[in-house]
Design a binder for this molecule. Sequence first.
Ligand SMILES: NC(=O)c1ccc[n+]([C@@H]2O[C@H](COP(=O)([O-])OP(=O)(O)OC[C@H]3O[C@@H](n4cnc5c(N)ncnc54)[C@H](O)[C@@H]3O)[C@@H](O)[C@H]2O)c1
Ligand SMILES: [Mg+2]
Length: 352
Amino acid sequence: MFLYCGIACRRKFFWCYRLLSTYVTKTRYLFELKEDDDACKKAQQTGAFYLFHGLAPLLQTSAHQYLAPRHSLLELERLLGKFGQDAQRIEDSVLIGCSEQQEAWFALDLGLDSSFSIRASLHKPEMETELKGSFIELRKALFQLNARDASMLSTAQALLRWHDAHQFCSRSGQPTKKNVAGSKRVCPSNNIIYYPQMAPVVITLVSDGTRCLLARQSSFPKGMYSALAGFCDIGESVEETIHREVAEEVGLEVESLQYCASQHWPFPSGSLMIACHATVKPGQTEIQVNLRELETAAWFSHDEVATALKRKGPYTQQQNGTFPFWLPPKLAISHQLIKEWVEKQTCSSLPA
Ligand SMILES: NC(=O)c1ccc[n+]([C@@H]2O[C@H](COP(=O)([O-])OP(=O)(O)OC[C@H]3O[C@@H](n4cnc5c(N)ncnc54)[C@H](O)[C@@H]3O)[C@@H](O)[C@H]2O)c1
Ligand SMILES: [Mg+2]
């Protein structure tokens, strides 16, 4: 009997341990907050808030890096009170994650129009002084944030932008209402539910076996090249988008492809970047650049790419008027894709 109990208890302990692993607990907690408005409101009491103004996150500078400060509900209520705002404005906030200790994290934009406020947008310079930070465009700050803040702020910005753009039902024209977590909006007149969306984008590093193909758009910083990227058209598989984008942008036919990784990307308005390696036949490598899409594209050797990976742009113009060749920074999935290609090439060139 004792032995039986012992085994049963150990089994139970093992089962609880499995269920209560930090990751599972955190995931279940976030799921509950998205489904249960009261639970989410309760979580706000002990939660922390990232602040934005016109989709630009509040940042503080620390040793050449940006840090994203968080504020408690109490601090936020005090701040809104000081600027003559109703604390109801906090209902505009969206849930973006939680800590391992289940402190829920929210994001709130103080610069976007609010249905809860008479004076919709709070005055930016005054708020910056009060908060001892600056609201900085995410595009400018992203690469000077640590990986966790970059990911949190990217998610937050995409979600805040989506809510701002989906205030009305496209069928009835009536105002839609968000749930407390901000994981959906509902039209009260017809019960249509709107969920936040993101656009799938493929990013492909094409190789001919020894070289890889990199391209630039005129909007890129000078000297920077990247892998080929393109939005998925409606009805396409990832494989079909890769074939089409490579043909459209550089006039080549993909022979084989291999998945590498994926990343949420906040620009232009929330994309899921799906990164893949692709090969073309060694004899069919003549590039025909589509100038409507790209400024230029070219084949680069392993050594050229390996050297460029170590450079950190943006660069100033050289004496001969050109800019050094450099690649996107570590945080961008294109960097990871290119680095993986370089490592594979290095391994395959080593003697067996
Ligand atoms: N994270 C990274 O490493 C990385 C690297 C390269 C590109 N990107 C991102 O990939 C995205 C797509 O690359 P691209 O610009 O070459 O795409 P693209 O080649 O599909 O060309 C862009 C054009 O596609 C059209 N388009 C179709 N669907 C669209 C949609 N849902 N949203 C916006 N435009 C749409 C527009 O006309 C737009 O001008 C860019 O927004 C860029 O920010 C990210
Ligand atoms: Mg493109």
